[in-house]
Design a protein around this ligand. Structure first.
Ligand SMILES: Nc1ncnc2c1ncn2[C@@H]1O[C@H](COP(=O)(O)OP(=O)(O)O)[C@@H](O)[C@H]1O
Ligand SMILES: [Mg+2]
Length: 331
């Protein structure tokens, strides 16, 4: 196949997006290199495209691909992750990962929680603060405060855990101003944290494996915060945990797979889960465009612990998406 590659490179936006946290979610050059090499190894022709604007130009010029491997996060707009898949849908070109509707719902964490809860799955009680005029919520402390539509732990730090109204107001105000988007307030979950890797779509989706994330050292205590994630080599312990040896993990995997299916995610990604103090797993968020850095993304760390090659992970994603190429036919 001739496979296009869409992405938003941090190196291409250094000048316009000076804020380091804003750049954090964009792809690094070595990630695009690694995906390109893995796809080429499968015998496909790989064509680098770039982000939505580059895609518009190439499509208008008449270029087409059998499949697009899409990791473009988008830069602006509420549904920024949906922009590239939306353009590809216009031209009937199949692509890896979820469709625009799913990417929009999952980017906005409260919407994803509504869907998951409606499917009968557990997620912490929550409230949304939309402006500085409504900084009070009707939930019991302690609470956890985070931007409603960011990733890579942006905006998450020690002050995300709040134990009274004054600290809730302080953190919520800071986040409203910094990220210019609503703030999600959730019951604080004091238990273990795992991220469940999933491969495939719909009924065919299955759990790849689960990575337990434990924080140690002097950093933000017990939170997979922006700072801890950045300094992961000294602050985060990752372990592959198996459901056969641990009932809590089996429950977390069932929850994650249920959420993945309820939301309609495709091909591969991760579901973040944390346990409450009674040991019940709860859905935090789904990552349907998972970070694919070959070195420090959670999914790569997971497959590394499982003894699976990064290239094999990419092959599984291409394989899952290829079913939609076959369904479309060759005409
Ligand atoms: N309700 C919560 N209780 C405790 N910790 C939380 C809660 N929500 C998020 N966290 C912590 O913040 C981290 C990032 O939150 P998450 O919703 O996964 O956002 P991101 O999209 O930035 O990964 C989690 O990995 C976890 O450590
Ligand atoms: Mg997360």
């Amino acid at each position: 196949m001739r496979i296009g590659l869409t992405y938003d490179l941090a190196s291409e936006h250094r000048e316009t997006l000076r804020d380091e946290e804003k750049l954090a979610e964009l792809d690094r050059d070595d990630t695009v290199d690694a995906i390109e090499a893995a796809v080429a190894k499968l015998g496909h022709e790989v064509v680098r495209i770039g982000g939505a604007k580059a895609l518009v130009g190439r499509l208008a010029a008449g270029e087409r691909w059998d499949l697009v491997f899409n990791i473009a996060e988008g830069l602006d707009g509420a549904a920024r992750e949906s922009q590239v898949p939306g353009l590809l849908d216009v031209y009937g070109i199949p692509y890896t990962f979820s469709d625009p509707l799913v990417l929009a719902v999952t980017l906005e964490k409260d919407l994803a929680k509504h869907v998951v809860r409606a499917a009968g799955l557990a997620t912490p009680d929550f409230a949304v603060i939309r402006s500085e005029a409504e900084l009070d919520v009707d939930l019991p402390y302690p609470l956890f405060v985070k931007p409603i539509a960011e990733g890579t732990s942006k905006g998450i730090g020690a002050d995300s855990v709040v134990r009274d109204a004054a600290s809730l107001r302080a953190t919520a105000t800071k986040l409203l101003r910094k990220f210019e988007q609503p703030v999600l307030v959730e019951r604080y979950l004091s238990g273990r944290e795992v991220t469940v890797g999933i491969l495939g779509s719909g009924r065919e989706a299955e759990v790849l494996g689960t990575l337990e994330v434990s924080i140690y050292g002097p950093g933000d205590q017990g939170v997979y915060s922006y700072d801890n994630k950045k300094k992961w080599e000294d602050r985060v312990a990752y372990a592959w945990v198996r459901p056969s040896e641990d009932e809590e993990i089996a429950a977390a995997e069932a929850l994650a797979l249920g959420a993945w299916r309820a939301l309609g995610c495709r091909d591969g990604g991760r579901v973040d889960v944390r346990f409450d103090d009674a040991g019940h797993p709860m859905f935090l968020e789904v990552n349907p465009l998972p970070g694919l850095s070959p070195i420090d993304s959670d999914l790569s760390i997971l497959v590394g612990k499982m003894g699976i090659e990064y290239d094999a992970l990419i092959a599984r994603i291409v394989d899952s998406a290829s079913k939609r190429v076959a369904a479309r036919g060759t005409g």
